[in-house]
Design a protein. Structure first.
Length: 302
């Protein structure tokens, strides 16, 4: 797409744009179609690839009120006080079965995936309201907001909460000509799994009999091995930007590997979808191993 004329150039601010992540891919895709992109991350040194593309980078830690306020001030100076699109992408993942869940760690995930984005939206609403011809808030909730993936309860529940906020916000901001879009992403190749922490079961886990199989679930090893589950980030990002730059963007965007499966989940019989999830994630291997261990223990007792 031809570069937008300077006086018509629209602006987009994207959170969570560290190199190798989905935010960085979205920033590059928006830049390619002529938007003025403000790529943000908690650590600006991790956006070297975007800087090499002449994309403007700013520091933004969505967990810090001071950082959010400073970023708003910087964007105000750079744009004259307007912003066309706020894309909330910053987030993190924490995998652990609910029985072994660290409540403090789970709260951190909710702070990052939910409250950090809400605080960012609140801070940028004044700039969005001043955008000519309306503005847009895009919330990256992922297909995890729809599917109860085993061992990912904290992450998926946080995304489900953010999806509900997004759905309500869509109605609440209509009076101010601000569109809200829920971006539900399936499998995309990025660094989110590589950045996972707490990927091993605690010593006293009830899943100890299937530790090897369970640890594969926690690391995402089973999912990563499935053909077609993860698509290239640049391909995904270009598709998303194509959807978002339509004259009338949809209120939900479904893109990425297996996104269609999550979309169909609410229509499928519970047993059928459960079976597919267990196969995809490796939970069926965990169940089989636990059952075998139980059978062996019963045999020894007799």
């Amino acid at each position: 797409m031809a570069q937008l004329a300077e006086q018509q150039q629209k602006t987009v601010l994207i959170t969570g744009c560290s190199d190798g992540g989905l935010g960085a891919a979205l920033a590059a895709a928006y830049h390619e179609v002529g938007y003025r992109v403000f790529a943000t991350a908690r650590n600006p040194s991790k956006m070297a690839a975007l800087k090499s593309l002449d994309i403007e980078t700013l520091t933004l830690d969505v967990l810090s009120e001071e950082s959010i306020s400073t970023c708003v001030s910087e964007v105000t100076k750079l744009t004259g006080g307007t912003l066309n699109i706020l894309l909330n992408n910053a987030g993190g993942q924490y995998n652990m079965p609910i029985s072994d869940l660290s409540i403090p760690e789970a709260k951190k995930i909710f702070d990052l995936n939910v409250w950090g984005s809400i605080a960012t939206i609140q801070a940028f609403i004044p700039l969005l309201m001043k955008a000519k011809d309306g503005a847009m808030v895009v919330n990256h909730t992922s297909v995890g907001s729809m599917a109860g993936v085993p061992f990912q309860a904290a992450y998926n529940a946080s995304k489900a909460a953010f999806a509900m906020f997004s759905d309500i916000l869509r109605l609440e901001l209509q009076a101010f000509n601000i569109r809200v879009v829920d971006l539900k992403t399936g499998g995309v190749k990025s660094n989110i799994l590589a950045n996972l922490t707490h990927t091993e079961l605690p010593a006293n886990s009830i899943y100890a009999a299937a530790r090897e199989e369970a640890d594969k679930m926690l690391s995402g090893e089973k999912l990563k091995s499935l053909k077609g589950t993860f698509v290239d980030a640049d391909v995904w990002a270009k598709g998303v930007v194509k959807d978002l730059t339509k004259s009338t963007p949809p209120h939900q965007i479904w893109r990425g590997g297996s996104a269609w499966l999550a979309r169909l989940a609410i229509l499928l019989p519970v047993g059928l979808f459960d079976g597919e999830l267990k196969k995809m994630t490796g939970l069926d291997d965990v169940i089989r191993k636990i059952n075998q261990a139980g059978a062996s223990g019963a045999a020894l007792e007799t």
